[in-house]
Design a protein around this ligand. Structure first.
Ligand SMILES: NC(=O)c1ccc[n+]([C@@H]2O[C@H](COP(=O)([O-])OP(=O)(O)OC[C@H]3O[C@@H](n4cnc5c(N)ncnc54)[C@H](OP(=O)(O)O)[C@@H]3O)[C@@H](O)[C@H]2O)c1
Length: 385
């Protein structure tokens, strides 16, 4: 593992606040503030997303209110709108896996000095709103030199990529790895972090993304090639040290077969079943059974399912890990060594357009949602930074 960068003045679950807000201060700070939320009412097409105006929520004990500066479309929302995310809440709910925002109000027991500072938070749902309440202990500070949209591309994606690479697969310089979906949000973070660690990367993507992947020093392969796995084996005849597979389904067997002795399959999704009929849990449970079987067999290879929420019940350790890992990712971003992949910036009120774009298969990186006022005119969605 690399050296851990720590973030100064970081609020933690165990840090006693120096100054605390009176109970009524949060209520006063949010009085009269109207929040915009995007609501997922049920299984709908992107046009079925509802934009609602509500009173801004008041942060309670240990919480802060963030004014959202950037949130984004993850694959999880694409699954949730189909009712296909493994443990999504019942409809209706506000989606939004993560966000970056400034603290505009603090609840009881929270250091009032956090007000005005900018943080990232992992929420799973709720991020697609102009104002979002989160636990102060879940905040990770964003370096001021980094834009909110750039930071947003690397919250869930950066944590996932970093932890899979360095905590699960434990890659080392000189290793060769295969990354499926290398142009996606997680994929583009993963390939860059791997290159920074001195790892050779073979990445699958649609041909339209191949030039971009070459720029990132990745060897691209078309994932629709009928001989995909033959091509991958040809590029690494002795096998690879790790395969990162978010596709699942039957082809995961082929991913496992790509491993060199001692290699690790990191499975972290079932994208291939996003549009399949039936239970959202069945493909995941089948995958778990398969991975368990491979681990039980004497084949000197390992198979893991990565879950970003694993260990959440041990909250302090979970938060410490998350803060350390996202801190490393943000430090690399601030140093310019990690290039944020902003596919487009779209106003929050046009979440439907953002979702369609993210699902179009044409984008490289992450589609970022920003407050309508950040783009001046909500009719003017911008591509790029
Ligand atoms: N387990 C965890 O804790 C965790 C955490 C975060 C994310 N994830 C998973 O990570 C995956 C990526 O998420 P994301 O937000 O980065 O998504 P994203 O930005 O939408 O990217 C998805 C990528 O997958 C590719 N893809 C889609 N269907 C595919 C298929 N059948 N075969 C091969 N590639 C395919 C896409 O390629 P095209 O653009 O060419 O279509 C794109 O590169 C998702 O499956 C998500 O559930 C898991």
């Amino acid at each position: 593992m690399r050296e851990t960068h720590t973030i100064e003045n970081q609020p933690t679950a165990n840090t006693a606040p120096a100054t605390t807000a009176p109970a009524t201060a949060a209520t006063a700070a949010t009085a009269g503030v109207i929040a915009t939320q995007v609501v997922l009412p049920g299984v709908v097409e992107p046009t079925g997303l509802e934009i609602t105006q509500v009173a801004a929520p008041t942060p309670g004990q240990g919480e802060v209110l963030l004014a959202m500066a950037a949130t984004g479309v993850s694959f999880a929302e694409q699954q949730m709108r189909r009712g296909k995310y493994y443990d999504q809440p019942p409809f209706p709910f506000v989606p939004g896996y993560d966000l970056v925002g400034r603290v505009v109000a603090t609840g009881q027991g929270v250091d009032t000095a956090l007000t005005g500072r900018r943080f990232a938070a992992l929420t799973k749902t709720g991020g697609w709103a102009s104002h979002v309440v989160v636990a102060a202990a879940d905040l990770v500070e964003v370096p001021e030199s980094v834009t909110s949209a750039d930071a947003e591309t690397l919250v869930v994606n950066g944590i996932t990529a970093w932890q899979m690479l360095h905590r699960t697969a434990e890659v080392e310089a000189g290793d060769t790895i295969v990354v499926l979906g290398a142009n996606g949000g997680v994929g583009s973070a993963l390939v860059q972090l791997a290159r920074i660690a001195g790892v050779r990367v073979i990445g699958t993507a649609s041909p339209r993304h191949h030039d971009k992947l070459r720029e990132l020093d990745v060897t691209p392969v078309d994932y629709r090639d009928p001989d995909l796995y033959g091509r991958l084996r040809g590029l690494a005849p002795n096998g690879v040290q790790a395969v990162f597979d978010h596709v699942g389904g039957e082809a995961v067997v082929e991913s496992f077969r790509l491993l060199a002795p001692g290699g690790t399959l990191v499975s972290y999704g079932t994208a291939s079943t996003r549009d399949a009929a039936g239970s959202s849990k069945a493909p995941v449970l089948k995958l778990f059974a398969r991975l368990a079987m491979w681990n039980a067999m004497p084949n000197s290879r390992h198979a893991h399912f990565f879950n970003i929420w694993a260990g959440k019940r041990r909250a302090a350790a979970f938060r410490e890990r998350l803060r350390a890992d996202l801190g490393q990712v943000f430090a690399l971003l601030a140093e310019g060594r990690l290039k944020p992949q902003v596919a487009a910036r779209v106003p929050l009120s046009r979440a439907a357009d953002a979702m369609r774009l993210a699902e179009s298969g044409t984008v490289a990186g992450k589609v970022v949602l920003v407050p309508d006022e950040a783009l001046g005119d909500a009719r003017d969605a911008q591509t790029g930074r």
